[in-house]
Design a protein around this ligand. Structure first.
Ligand SMILES: CC(C)(COP(=O)(O)OP(=O)(O)OC[C@H]1O[C@@H](n2cnc3c(N)ncnc32)[C@H](O)[C@@H]1OP(=O)(O)O)[C@@H](O)C(=O)NCCC(=O)NCCS
Length: 153
């Protein structure tokens, strides 16, 4: 297993990876999600922008040249807070490769990258029903800071 930076020409591979990592679970957490987003034109734009903006970070995990997980992060500006923040945009490992330390290795690499760039805090948003991911983040030292709420109008 290797962890390496994603390359600019890997947009399609990341779209497919996103679709296989997230699309079976996420509708349970958010009924308002667009089905097929990862492989759509919006998904393509998302990953193209991610890989082309030099201030962003994206690492992939590869097993025998098969992409099995990724983490992406972008600067986050909180006007009213003191520290310099990076936000995890996405972290995912395909189901058959979970619980083997790959998520942790991706997070380690992202934290090393962020520390080198002078970031002081790492922030993320997670579906509140995604108990597995919340356990993972808590085991990594993350703690609750905000709750996001919504309702129909
Ligand atoms: C969350 C996710 C990335 C974790 O990746 P992973 O490769 O399975 O995690 P690891 O094997 O590196 O586990 C790291 C630690 O988290 C803990 N952990 C991982 N999955 C867990 C789970 N389902 N329940 C409880 N703890 C868990 C492990 O105990 C481990 O701790 P340890 O190193 O002390 O043993 C993975 O489950 C995933 O891709 N989920 C679907 C996508 C998703 O929900 N992403 C998060 C979006 S916010």
């Amino acid at each position: 297993m290797i962890i390496r930076p994603a390359k600019k020409d890997e947009v399609k591979k990341l779209q497919k990876l996103n679709a296989s990592v997230f699309e079976e679970d996420n509708p349970e957490y958010d009924a308002d999600l667009k089905p097929g987003w990862g492989l759509s034109e919006d998904g393509k734009k998302h990953f193209t922008d991610l890989l082309n903006e030099p201030q962003n970070c994206c690492f992939v995990a590869e097993d025998n040249r098969k992409m099995v997980g990724y983490i992406s992060a972008k600067p986050k500006h909180f006007d009213y807070r003191k520290s310099k923040y990076i936000e995890i945009d996405n972290l995912g490992v395909i189901a058959e490769y979970r619980k083997q330390g790959i998520g942790r290795s991706l997070m380690d690499e992202c934290l090393k990258w962020a520390k080198n760039k002078g970031y002081q805090k790492i922030f993320l948003v997670c579906f509140s029903k995604n108990k597995n991911a919340l356990e993972f983040y808590k085991s990594y030292g993350f703690s609750d800071i905000y709750a996001s709420l919504e309702r129909d109008i």
